[in-house]
Every structure is written in structure tokens, then in C-alpha cells.
Design a protein around this ligand. Structure first.
Ligand SMILES: *Cc1c(COP(=O)(O)O)cnc(C)c1O
Length: 838
């Protein structure tokens, strides 16, 4: 490898290339383009690759070019400011010193292909927003030698996969001075090198096991993202979780908070526990409490197949020595990955372990958290009512400067608070002052750029297939920048139903070829390499797109990645998402499109369920009550077609005197004004900091003080409560009246037995709410504390504000000042035969 020699005057180009801030900073990208525009394109806008191939003479020329040197100085000063300034976080008085964010994938730039889809892109946006806000965060992940695959369609529209090898020399990462970490894989020691990618002010550490000291199996641990069998997956997850904690320590980091982005990194909890037992002398249950206090688990999927499960036999081989170190049995380890009542030989569930070893947990949208509590993880706390199971929500957001087109940002800059791109702002009413002409011209620029991008990609594909001569002319006529463009791009998982509209081909054809208000569609996305069903969905779509009568109006773009995604978000007029509700945990592509002025037209799932307000796009109703899936798809396709035909297409085309479409743009403004404050990743990261990282940091520090006195105390207390809980009972609940007038009060008393526990160990609560049906359970319940009256009697007074049938009961739950919520223990005592409990 011959590295470039940068003349002194342009030496800081290397610094700029080494910080992935260039991936979202337009000024830095312009500068690299100015180095050599053709090469910049050939290197796929990767500045490290660019600098490695620019002729020395060109570098000398640039060094002598005063204009270039001045521009370089300005951009470099921008980087320095970005790294050094006080930001949102620095203005807080915060207990948080450092949080480590673990993820199996990070989508930061197409030049670092270490992501497969939404989960990774979200992780990338999380790091970028943390950098913008000055949050003390480090990322931890794996460096895959082949990353995720490139998608190539064969002549028949079938997806094939290419795995280009990543060349670290041409990638924006640097090795951490010879640092390696080792892990034990079923008795084999495997070493991994640690690389560092710099994301603004945030460091991202990536581990790579392709080292000569390893045997062949060891070297391939980090070969591919989501490749290989279950055992391979287990090895990857051990490297990520266990190796990641070790790497941080070796690098001198001591994070208070460990954030696991989905279950794949969950073994970080086991490594932290081992360390507390072996190095800090805690007993296993004490170590669990100490570690849980500072651990946050984010669940990302309500689809069971999306959760890793490992057979007991594999766990025995890979974690036998861990059990010995922690002085626990294999059964005890397995129970960490089981719901209550599961057999000891049931597979070990990574999400269940993630939840058990985290005092903090969240879903990624309001609806997703509700489904996680009431369906996916209901079995983990069966005694605890739905609404009180300990999973909160932080809805995913998107990094503004990475996704919003420069022209749109300039426009918004003129009308919003200066902070809207970084820390975010709640004040988006400035939007309403933007005139139709101004807004329309920015939208048109996005559309033109998208059409040019699509044509260029199609020409490239035709050339690769050796069809350039035949297809070149057609490629230049695909799409029309003046028509309404509907975008759809995402992973081709079955529940996302990419071909929902193809279920009624004639109706789709009429929509595309309508004489007065036709629309055009652009699709993109990859199917998992092992998912033949996903591949056949792509094939069906590609075949439809090849119809000579339609192909100028509907296209499938090959090899979906961050660059394709960005062009689509910036150019589409309508963003379509039609998953089977509620399987889309959040979805973020619609958020990115919305910030560029597109209108969402989607099933009310994930983030859209929370954000659709009737004026800011279109909400497609879903037919969840319909159990026959084919029938359900049909009903939902009808609903979607009806909206597209009667509302979307005509509204876009409504242009008296050729003026911009006023009613359409009014909707775009409503969309920007309502979604702008909410969808940026800055809002998401601020919420993580205030609601989760800071309380977790504080609790972790409190429990660790004085040689973990409070962690030890909490674990002793929990053992005592568990031992005595069967003695706790609610003997009788009485109200002093059966019927009252609205506005009056009833006094409720309950007789409680506590057995070996004391009143300080529990909270006695009055539970009240509406009665379901005639005499069913209490629904939408609320809880009030009851006060001890002596002799085991507790009492509370309830004001009955509204008329109707109400149910009341009393319950006992455990209470301790260091318990985040009683729900973690899963213990609730209700009357045996009283009114039905919630
Ligand atoms: C935003 C994004 C996604 C996620 O899109 P969803 O709507 O959540 O499926 C996937 N891939 C890329 C490249 C993205 O930019």
C-alpha cells in the first residue's frame, strides 16, 4: 500500500477524510469533489479512497491553489468547532459521564457498508445526533470484512448477492494502536483487532477477528453481517457483547450506562456481571443488580423470527466457563433467557435476557411499546397488567443533516430557529410563511435530481448486463420530473408487503397511465440472502416494471443503500408504507421523506400511528380484525387504492394556470409543521438522555457507591421478598357504598396480610377503572396508594368523577427505594375471590 503524500498546505485533507462528519457536512463533501470530481464519483464519494488515488501532481496543484487552500481552512475550522464547542448536553448539569451504545450494525455512510437496513441506519443516526448534541457516547460494533451484500438482479429479476471485500486501507477507520481483545469461544481463544471510526465527536469502535493468530474458524467470526448458521451467529454476538466490554476497558473507557440496540449485543450484560463477580467480589445476585441499574435494552421488533434464540447445548458449550466464573449453574444461566415457567431446555432468548438484565427498556414507537408489553413480552411478567409492564417508548428519529436535501435545508434555515438542524426546535410555525413558489421550486429540484439519478442507475445496470446499446435510449426516458412520484424502499420482508398494489394489476396500471393525473413509482430494497420468499417478491415486482407499456412509469432500483435511499427521500412526492400492522416497529424512511417535503401515505403503524393527525398526509386504515390474511390484504389494498385514486393523484395534479399545486403544498406545510419538531434524531437522543441515560447513570452510581452497598442490599431484599411473597394476601376489600352520585366519594378499606414482610416492603394500592362488558375485568385501570390504619387494615378515599359502572379492588406490590418499578419483580397479590382484578 502506497499512501498519498499530502503537501503541507493541504495536509488537513487527511483529517477531514478521517472523520465521518463529511458524510453529513455538505461543505466537506464539496471540497472533496473539488479535489477531483470524476474520481470522487468513481470512489463512490469515499474521501479516503479518493485521497489514495489522486495523482501526486494534482495534490501539488491544489496546494498551490490559494482558493482551494482557503476553502480547506474554512472547512477544517468547521470541523474544529464541531469537535470543541459546547452543545446542548454541556448546558445540563448531568450525572451522565459516559454511555456505550452497542449495535450489530451501524449505517453511517455507503462508504462504510456495515448495515443491512433500518436498525443499522438508526444506530448511525443515533451516533450522529449524539455528536451534534455533545452527548458523551461511544459506539461499539463489529467490522465485517464483507459487510452486507450488494444486490445484483439477474436477467430474470432474481436477486443475487455479491460480497465485496472491505479494504481497511480505503475505509474511513483507523486501528487502535495494536489493540486486540480476546474472547473464549467454547474453549478456543479468538482475538479481535479494534478499529476506530470517528463520527463527529463520537468514537465508534469496531472489532474484527480476521487476524493471523486465529484459526480458520476464528478468522471468519466477523466475515459477514447476518451470515452463517446459529453457532456462527452466537460467536458473533459473544464477540460483540463480551469483546465489546473488554475493548472499552482496554481503551480506558468506564461507561456508566450500557445501551443494547436490540438483543444481539445482550451478552454485554453477562460480561459485566462476570467482572463484578470475579474482579469486584460481588455475589452473583448482587452483581446482577449492580449491572442492571446501568443497562438499557431497546427492543426493535414484534416479529418473533427477528429475535435470536440459542439452543441449550450451544449455551452449555460457550458459557460453561462463564457459569463457573460466576458460580452459578447452567440452569440458572438458561433461566435468564426464559420466561417464567419455560422448560430448562427451551432455547435461550436474547430479548428475554436483554429485558431481565436491564433496569431500563424501551420500544421504538408508542404502538410498538404497547404491543411489546401486551403481546410480545407479556409472558415475562404475567401477573403484571399490560400497561404497567416495564417497557417505555422512545420513538425513532432521523439525522436531519444526513437526510434533508441542501436546498430544503437552506429554505428551512430561512424560516426556522437556527438550532433546528442540530438540537432541534419545537417552533416550526415559521413554515407557514413559506410561499408556494419557493416551496415548489425546492420540491422540483429534488424531483429532477431523483429522475436523473434513476436514469443514471438504470443505464449503469444495463451496461453491466451488456445491454447498453439496446436499452440506453429507453433509460433516458424513464420517469417525468413533473409527475407525482411515489417512493417505496425498504427491506423486502414479507410483512412489509412491497407488492400489495400489484395484487390488483389493472387498477395499478390505470393509476400509472391515467389520462389526467398519472403517477409514477420508484421501488428499491434488498431481500435477506436466505429469504427466497422475499426474493420472489422482488422478482414479481421487477417483472411488472419490465412491461414495455409501463416501464417509463414504474421502476425498481437495484442495490438499495444509503445513497439510493437519500435520492429517493429527497425526490419523492409521496412516501408509501403498507406493512401488516402492527409489525412495523417504527419505520424511519417516512420520517426522512417528510423532512424533505414528501407526504406520507401509509398504514397507521409504527411512528405514523403516533404522528398522523388527519391533515399531514394520509392514513390508510387497516383491517386487523380480519383473520384471513388474503382477505385482509385485499381490504387494505382497496383502501389504499381508493386514497391514491381519489385524493393523492388528483390533488397533486390540481394546477390552475400552471401554478404550483396550492392545496398540495398546504398539506406539505402541515406535514412539515407537525412532524418537524418530532422526527429529528435530536429529539430522540434528547429523550434517551433525559428519560433513560441520566436516571440509569445516577442509579448505577448510587448502587455502586461504598463497595456496592445498595446493590448488595437490593439483592438481599429481593431474595427476602421472593421467599415470603406467598404469605402476602388481600383478605377482603370493602367499599362503604355500592352506588354514589357523580362527584361523591367512596371510602375503600382492605384487609392485608404480610406474613414475614413488613409494611415498608410493600405498597398497598387501590385499583379502579371501568368494567369491561357486564361483569368483566377492570380496564384502563388507575392506581392510588392506600394508607395503613393499623391491624392490617388499609384505606383510601376515591372520588367518583364520572357516571357509569366502575370496578374497584386492592392489591399489594413490592416496594423498595432502589426498585425502578415493582413490575420488575413480577409480583402482585390480589384478593382470591374479590371483584375481578385488572
Ligand atoms: C431509513 C432507511 C431504512 C429504514 O427504512 P424503514 O422505512 O424503516 O424500513 C432502511 N435502509 C436504509 C438505507 C435507510 O436509509
Amino acid at each position: 500500500m502506497v499512501r498519498p503524500h499530502l503537501p503541507a498546505a493541504v495536509a488537513s485533507l487527511a483529517r477531514l477524510a478521517g472523520n465521518l462528519r463529511w458524510s453529513w457536512d455538505e461543505g466537506t463533501r464539496d471540497l472533496f469533489r473539488a479535489v477531483d470530481a470524476d474520481r470522487w464519483r468513481q470512489c463512490q464519494r469515499n474521501p479516503v479512497a479518493l485521497l489514495s488515488s489522486v495523482p501526486q501532481a494534482r495534490l501539488e496543484e491544489l496546494a498551490a491553489d490559494a482558493g482551494f487552500v482557503a476553502a480547506l481552512a474554512e472547512v477544517t475550522a468547521g470541523l474544529d468547532a464541531e469537535l470543541g464547542e459546547d452543545r446542548w448536553f454541556q448546558a445540563r448539569s448531568s450525572p451522565l459521564r459516559e454511555v456505550a451504545y452497542f449495535s450489530p450494525e451501524f449505517g453511517i455512510s455507503a462508504a462504510l457498508p456495515q448495515y443491512s437496513g433500518g436498525l443499522g441506519v438508526l444506530a448511525g443516526d443515533h451516533l450522529k445526533a449524539a455528536s451534534d448534541l455533545g452527548v458523551p457516547l461511544v459506539g461499539v460494533g463489529l467490522l465485517y470484512r464483507h459487510g452486507y451484500f450488494s444486490q445484483v438482479l439477474d436477467g430474470d429479476g432474481w436477486q443475487t448477492e455479491r460480497y465485496p471485500t472491505l479494504d481497511p486501507e480505503l475505509t474511513p477507520i483507523t486501528p487502535c494502536d495494536g489493540l486486540t481483545v480476546t474472547i473464549d469461544l467454547a474453549g478456543r481463544t479468538v482475538a479481535a483487532r479494534v478499529w476506530r471510526a470517528q463520527v463527529g465527536r463520537v468514537a465508534l469502535y469496531l472489532m474484527d477477528s480476521d487476524l493471523e493468530v486465529n484459526d480458520a474458524a476464528g478468522r471468519t467470526v466477523t466475515d459477514r453481517l447476518y451470515g452463517g448458521d446459529t453457532e456462527h451467529r452466537l460467536a458473533q454476538e459473544i464477540l460483540l457483547g463480551v469483546g465489546g466490554v473488554r475493548a472499552l476497558r482496554a481503551l480506558g473507557h468506564d461507561p456508566q450506562v450500557f445501551h443494547s440496540n436490540e438483543g444481539h449485543a445482550g451478552f454485554l450484560g453477562l460480561e459485566n456481571i462476570r467482572r463484578h463477580v470475579e474482579e469486584l467480589g460481588l455475589a452473583f445476585p448482587e452483581a446482577v443488580e449492580a449491572v442492571r441499574a446501568g443497562t438499557l435494552f431497546t427492543t426493535h421488533t414484534p416479529v418473533p423470527a427477528g429475535i435470536d434464540r440459542f439452543p441449550r447445548e450451544l449455551m452449555a458449550r460457550y458459557f460453561g466457563s462463564w457459569c463457573t466464573a460466576c458460580k452459578i449453574t447452567l440452569d440458572e444461566l438458561m433461566s435468564l433467557g426464559h420466561e417464567p415457567g419455560e422448560a430448562p431446555d427451551a432455547p435461550f432468548n436474547m430479548a428475554v435476557m436483554g429485558l431481565r438484565l436491564s433496569a431500563w427498556a424501551n420500544g421504538v414507537s408508542r404502538l410498538h411499546a404497547a404491543v411489546s408489553r401486551s403481546v410480545v413480552f407479556a409472558g415475562l411478567w404475567p401477573e403484571v397488567p399490560d400497561g404497567e409492564r416495564p417497557i417505555s417508548h422512545v420513538t425513532n428519529g432521523v439525522h436531519v443533516r444526513s437526510w434533508v436535501a441542501p436546498a430544503m435545508r437552506e429554505l428551512l434555515d430561512r424560516h426556522l430557529d437556527a438550532e433546528w438542524q442540530r438540537a432541534g426546535t419545537d417552533r416550526w410555525d415559521g413554515i407557514h410563511a413559506i410561499g408556494d413558489d419557493e416551496l415548489w421550486s425546492v420540491r422540483e429540484r429534488g424531483a429532477e435530481a431523483l429522475v436523473a439519478f434513476v436514469r443514471q442507475r438504470l443505464r449503469g445496470g444495463a451496461e453491466r448486463r451488456g445491454l447498453a446499446g439496446l436499452e440506453a435510449a429507453w433509460c433516458d426516458e424513464v420517469l417525468d420530473p413533473h409527475l407525482c412520484t411515489i417512493g417505496f424502499s425498504r427491506r423486502f420482508a414479507a410483512y412489509k408487503r412491497a407488492t400489495l398494489l400489484l395484487s390488483q394489476p389493472e387498477r395499478l396500471r390505470s393509476l400509472l397511465l391515467h389520462p389526467h393525473h398519472p403517477v409514477q413509482m420508484v421501488f428499491a430494497g434488498k431481500a435477506h440472502p436466505a429469504d427466497d420468499n422475499g426474493k420472489s417478491i422482488i422478482q414479481k415486482l421487477v417483472r411488472f416494471c419490465r412491461d414495455p407499456e409501463l416501464r417509463h412509469r414504474i421502476v425498481f432500483l437495484e442495490d438499495y443503500d444509503i445513497d439510493v435511499a437519500r435520492a429517493l427521500y429527497q425526490g419523492a412526492d409521496v412516501w408509501l408504507n403498507n406493512p401488516r400492522r402492527p409489525l412495523e416497529a417504527c419505520g424511519t424512511s417516512g420520517e426522512k421523506a417528510a423532512l424533505n417535503g414528501a407526504l406520507n401515505c401509509s398504514i397507521l403503524d409504527g411512528w405514523w400511528d403516533e404522528c398522523y393527525d388527519g391533515t399531514n398526509g394520509w392514513g390508510v386504515p387497516s383491517a386487523e380484525a380480519q383473520e384471513d390474511l388474503d382477505r385482509r390484504d385485499e381490504l387494505e389494498a382497496n383502501a389504499l387504492f381508493a386514497i391514491l385514486e381519489a385524493q393523492v393523484a388528483p390533488l397533486f395534479a390540481e394546477r390552475p394556470d400552471g401554478r404550483p399545486p396550492g392545496p398540495w403544498l398546504a398539506r406539505v406545510r402541515a406535514s412539515l409543521a407537525s412532524l418537524g419538531p418530532f422526527v429529528p434524531a435530536a429529539r430522540m437522543v434528547r429523550q434517551y438522555v433525559a428519560d433513560l441515560y441520566e436516571p440509569a447513570a445516577q442509579r448505577r452510581d448510587d448502587l455502586a457507591a461504598d463497595d456496592h452497598a445498595r446493590a448488595r442490599d437490593l439483592s438481599r431484599w429481593q431474595a427476602r421478598v421472593a421467599r415470603h411473597w406467598h404469605e402476602v394476601g388481600v383478605a377482603a376489600v370493602e367499599a362503604d357504598a355500592d352506588a354514589v352520585d357523580a362527584g361523591e366519594t367512596v371510602r375503600v378499606t382492605a384487609e392485608i396480610t404480610l406474613g414475614g414482610l413488613g409494611p415498608e416492603d410493600v405498597e398497598v394500592q387501590l385499583v379502579h377503572g371501568d368494567i369491561e362488558g357486564g361483569g368483566g375485568a377492570i380496564v384502563d385501570h388507575a392506581v392510588e396508594p392506600m394508607a395503613p390504619m393499623g391491624g392490617g387494615t388499609y384505606a383510601a378515599t376515591l372520588r367518583c368523577a364520572e357516571a357509569g359502572r366502575r370496578g374497584i379492588t386492592a392489591r399489594v406490590v413490592p416496594r423498595h427505594p432502589d426498585l425502578v418499578t415493582f413490575a420488575h419483580l413480577g409480583l402482585v397479590a390480589l384478593p382470591p375471590d374479590g371483584p375481578p382484578g385488572p
